[in-house]
Design a protein around this ligand. Structure first.
Ligand SMILES: [Zn+2]
Length: 294
């Protein structure tokens, strides 16, 4: 994604991995494959790879710069976490992308996590002398307190809802709280009068979207409220990684109804370049219009 501007704010991205990733039913267990194929044939060619029959799913971090602060939203999978395949990405593309934006770890003022999954919290911490420590020494990390409490309880009980590894909380979240760099907030939190949260539950219990508003313009980081543009055609298709797939679908229907036709720019974490786009109504369904069109 090219850097975009929302009033006085700029938003860039850092890509950790890109390209074909999961087959339709691996991503959306309830999807009808014939219907999916029909939709995909009508969609932009860069959202699906017909050779491998896999959806194109990047992992990325958004870098938001307000006049006062530099903020990361979602931090990919990270390095040295030892999860094993398929989470064996090289850390280099992310580090290169970070440096290419002229950033050092100490430049980051805030880190927001839309939710506390494996691919949204990775660079929160790094392994230094055998200990997980905050990667960004001066940053406050913004976690929804309900989300944090949920994953703490799951990890302590060694449970893995949606397949999320309990080590994610231990390695990526707990060390932030222990270092006193966590802000455990609720959805009323805002920063600089420019960043606001809205609850979008289902993928995880306290998943939040991050709204960025400046000078009458708005963009919304959607996190994993949706994973692929096909979900605008089929809002009922939730992933196998959702803690509550029915609620996730309900959240999408409500969100689409509310935002269809608005100029608000959407920033879903897992959509390929150019990533940003707008929601349009199309009969009883919706359509994702990438901006700029590629
Ligand atoms: Zn994700």
């Amino acid at each position: 994604m090219h850097e975009i501007r929302v009033g006085d704010v700029t938003i860039a991205c850092i890509v950790e991995r890109d390209g074909p990733w999961r087959e339709v039913n691996n991503m959306f267990p309830t999807a009808d494959l014939a219907i999916a194929k029909r939709h995909l044939a009508e969609m932009e060619p860069f959202v699906y790879d017909p050779v491998s029959q896999k959806l194109v799913i990047p992992y990325q971090t958004f870098v938001v710069r307000t006049p006062r602060h530099t903020i990361l939203i979602d931090t990919c999978t990270g390095e040295e976490k030892g999860y094993g395949p398929p989470w064996t990405f090289s850390p280099q593309p992310w580090l290169d992308g970070f440096r290419k934006l002229g950033l050092r770890f100490e430049d980051i003022d805030y880190v927001f996590c839309t939710h506390l999954h494996i691919d949204h919290t990775g660079w929160n911490t790094r392994l230094v002398n055998g200990r997980w420590v905050p990667t960004f020494p001066k940053a406050k990390y913004v976690f929804h307190k309900g989300e944090y409490a949920y994953w703490e309880a799951q990890a302590k009980a060694d449970l893995t809802p949606g397949g999320n590894n309990p080590a994610v909380w231990r390695m990526n979240c707990l060390p932030i709280v222990e270092a006193k760099q966590a802000l455990l907030i609720d959805e009323t939190y805002s920063l600089d009068d420019m960043l606001f949260l809205s609850l979008s539950p289902g993928h995880t219990p306290y998943h939040c979207c991050v709204h960025i508003r400046s000078k009458g313009q708005e963009a919304i980081v959607l996190g994993d409220m949706m994973h692929h543009a096909i979900q605008c055609r089929e809002p009922d298709w939730s992933t196998g990684f959702c803690t509550d797939p029915v609620q996730a679908a309900k959240t999408r229907w409500q969100f689409f109804e509310r935002h269809a036709g608005s100029p608000t720019l959407m920033l879903p974490i897992h959509f390929p370049n150019p990533t940003a786009g707008r929601i349009e109504a199309d009969g009883t369904r919706y359509r994702y219009r990438f901006q700029p069109e590629r």
